[in-house]
Design a protein around this ligand. Structure first.
Ligand code: S3P
Length: 450
């Protein structure tokens, strides 16, 4: 089943060169944070380039339920009239975050230190994902959570009436957990400290500073130590959301494996905590260049140019790079299938608790399409077959996971036989224009019968 309707089977098949410009949508992580921080500021925040994918629209709806005025002004422009830190109203109804782990976890953090009660739910994928990683640290502030067995949604949070600040060492590399604690710390008096052993995406820290919060980051022997002074008055901002590197990954990887391709993907955010895939692809021999490098809205940005790369080779991806490309392993495994030699991906346990178990979902689909994959609890290895040697021909389960669906459609663009996904509906959560964008480059994607 798709997240929001009937299953939408889709097929892709080998095509001529992919050429042209791919204008991918706004960054999903920054879009969620723009709406949530805008709702916690006093006054009107304006946002351009907001990702209008279902995940972000669900967060917009949630912010309205907590009392913010969120308006779609058209053309990717939005305005948020915030209610201030500690100003959230109690929602009248259950908050449905759809497919979005980022949405629900950040919103839980944002409401956890207000004296209100909220109940959260999501789709079958989200309701299967672990929430204790967020509710455990939120309990330290004084917030109570009652959910299903195993810390699953649906779940009710009773916000702390008298929140206390927290010092928390994040036990898993997760920007969502780090961000939930920081957002909760906003309405606790005194200093909240978060320590992460491995650096994860730092949009929350950057944006909190932009909204006027007092926040410092120190590199220590234990990792990055982030200190936030609670109860600031956040000042409304104008935010220009950069285009999403995690969405750019799909046309970039397609161009690398489809013979003759030459694709420009302009204006991509290249924050070092997000850009690990592009470094990895270059190490594999990808013809991938950064053009027109610049800084926009405090984030490094460049135009990516990807061309067909006939000599891709498998590599061992350094495990310490995992956090900076965590969402990109599925599509990397597709490129790895067209490389010569093995691509080893280790230190990636977190892939098992995403929208799906992404190691399992990709391994099953790749094997069905003639590619050997070995896997363990926190690693997997793809045996590359080289260009022209990937069989294809199978139907793959997208498991309510947008990135799994898109990855298999990219696979089909360069395999011998077409590849079908059972449900491409979830793509709308993060990349609603994926189908027309890829078709405009020359891809042969079609809606198929189930
Ligand atoms: C995100 C953090 C990552 C990532 C997700 C977006 C964020 O999740 O996979 O797509 O915006 O903070 P984890 O925090 O679970 O690693």
């Amino acid at each position: 089943m798709s997240a929001h309707g009937d299953p939408l089977p889709m097929t892709s098949q080998a095509c001529g060169p992919l050429t042209g410009t791919a204008e991918v949508p706004g960054d999903k992580s920054i879009s969620h944070r723009s709406l949530i921080l805008g709702a916690m500021a006093v006054g009107e925040t304006t946002i351009t380039g907001l990702l209008e994918g279902q995940d972000v629209l669900d967060t917009a709806r949630a912010m309205r339920a907590f009392g913010a005025e969120v308006t779609d002004l058209g053309g990717g422009k939005w305005s948020v009239h915030g209610v201030g830190v500690g100003g959230f109203a109690e929602p009248e109804n259950v908050i449905d975050c759809g497919n979005s782990g980022t949405g629900v976890r950040l919103i839980m953090g944002a409401m956890a230190t207000s004296p209100i009660v909220a109940t959260f739910t999501g789709d079958a994928s989200l309701n299967g994902r672990p929430m204790a990683r967020v509710t455990d640290p939120l309990a330290l502030f004084g917030c109570q959570a009652i959910g299903r067995t195993g810390g699953r949604l649906p779940m009710t949070l009773v916000g702390a009436v008298e929140p206390v600040p927290v010092r928390y060492v994040v036990p898993v590399p997760s920007a969502q957990v780090k961000s939930a604690v920081l957002l909760a710390g906003l309405n606790a008096p005194g200093q909240t400290v978060v320590i992460e052993a491995e650096a994860t995406r730092d949009h929350t820290e950057r944006m909190l500073a932009g909204f006027g919060a007092e926040i410092t980051v120190a590199e220590t022997d234990d990792g990055r130590e982030i200190t936030l002074t609670g109860q600031p008055e956040l000042k409304p901002q104008h935010i220009e959301v950069p285009r999403d590197p995690s969405s750019a990954a799909f046309p970039v990887c397609a161009a690398l494996i489809v013979p003759g391709s030459d694709v420009l993907v302009p204006g991509i955010g290249l924050n070092p905590t997000r850009a690990g895939l592009f470094t990895t692809l270059r190490e594999m021999g990808a013809d991938l260049s950064y053009e027109n490098e610049r800084v926009e809205g405090g984030e490094p940005v460049a135009d990516l140019r990807a061309r067909f790369s006939p000599d891709l080779k498998g590599i061992a991806v350094p495990p310490e790079r995992a956090a900076s490309m965590i969402d990109e392993y599925p599509v990397l495994s597709v490129v790895a299938a067209f490389a010569r030699g093995h691509t080893e991906m280790r230190g990636v346990k977190e892939l098992r608790v995403k929208e799906s178990d992404r190691i399992d979902a990709m391994a099953k689909g790749l094997r069905a399409n003639g590619i050997e994959v070995e896997e363990g609890p926190d690693w997997w290895v793809v045996a590359g077959r080289g260009h022209g040697n990937v069989a294809g021909g199978a139907t793959c389960a997208s498991q309510l996971d947008h990135r799994i669906a898109m990855s298999f459609l990219i696979l089909g663009m360069a395999s011998q036989s077409p590849v079908q996904v059972d449900d491409a509906g979830p793509i709308a959560t993060s990349f609603p224009i994926f189908e027309p964008l890829m078709q405009a480059l020359g891809a042969q994607i079609s809606r198929s019968k189930g």
